[in-house]
Design a protein around this ligand. Structure first.
Ligand SMILES: Cc1cc2nc3c(=O)[nH]c(=O)nc-3n(C[C@H](O)[C@H](O)[C@H](O)COP(=O)(O)O)c2cc1C
Length: 177
């Protein structure tokens, strides 16, 4: 499979990046894996004009780095979303990328499988509930297959995730693909 991992933490080399790298290390044994750090890209939010519904190829009028991400997603079989929890949601940078998938162009994509990787400072597992619910609704709406979820609670400082068993779980999840 061609697997695209979208990472959404602006803290370079932080807990989300480390978790996503563990997944990718396992997944690349049998797959072609690309990590796209969306915080290194300039992706504007969707403005809801719906002009993509009318334009040739359903292209968004915004000529920013999302054009590169559309191209990579159109070639992917599986999408992995990796984010820190920011106020019970995913990061704003990642949300911008996901909202830009409003275009009907996405119907040409062949992605059928999803996975979700999350990190949060709180040690309460409920900190992931809102994102997990959104994820389930998206799986249901698009009839995607859930390939796995790894949530790491109780990691705040950069690198606090080191030594956590979830890193091995993420590696094994990747390896299982
Ligand atoms: C703007 C912002 C909002 C945050 N909101 C939450 C939150 O609602 N709940 C929580 O447990 N942690 C929250 N955190 C902490 C991060 O989720 C946590 O530090 C995470 O490990 C950061 O991952 P990173 O190292 O990949 O950036 C927040 C951090 C920031 C910067």
């Amino acid at each position: 499979m061609k697997i695209v991992v979208l990472t959404g933490s602006p803290r370079k080399g932080g807990n989300t990046d480390i978790l996503a790298q563990s997944f990718a290390d396992g997944a690349k044994l049998n797959n072609d894996v690309e990590i796209i750090d969306v915080c290194n890209r300039n992706v504007n939010p969707c403005i809801g004009c719906n002009s993509c519904f009318l334009r040739d190829g359903n292209k968004c009028f915004q000529n920013d780095d999302m054009q590169e991400i559309y191209a990579k997603l159109s070639a992917a079989d599986m999408l992995v979303v990796a984010s820190p929890v920011y106020f019970y949601g995913i990061s704003a940078q990642l949300k911008s990328v996901i909202d830009r998938l409003h275009t009907p162009m996405r119907k040409t994509f062949k992605i059928k499988r999803l996975a979700l990787l999350l990190t949060a400072a709180s040690s309460k597992e409920s900190v992931f509930d809102a994102i997990a619910r959104q994820y389930e609704l998206i799986l249901d709406y698009f009839h995607f297959e859930d390939k796995g979820r790894i949530f790491v609670a109780g990691v705040n400082d950069k690198g606090a995730i080191a030594g956590r068993e979830e890193l091995q779980k993420a590696y094994l999840l990747g390896k299982s693909l």
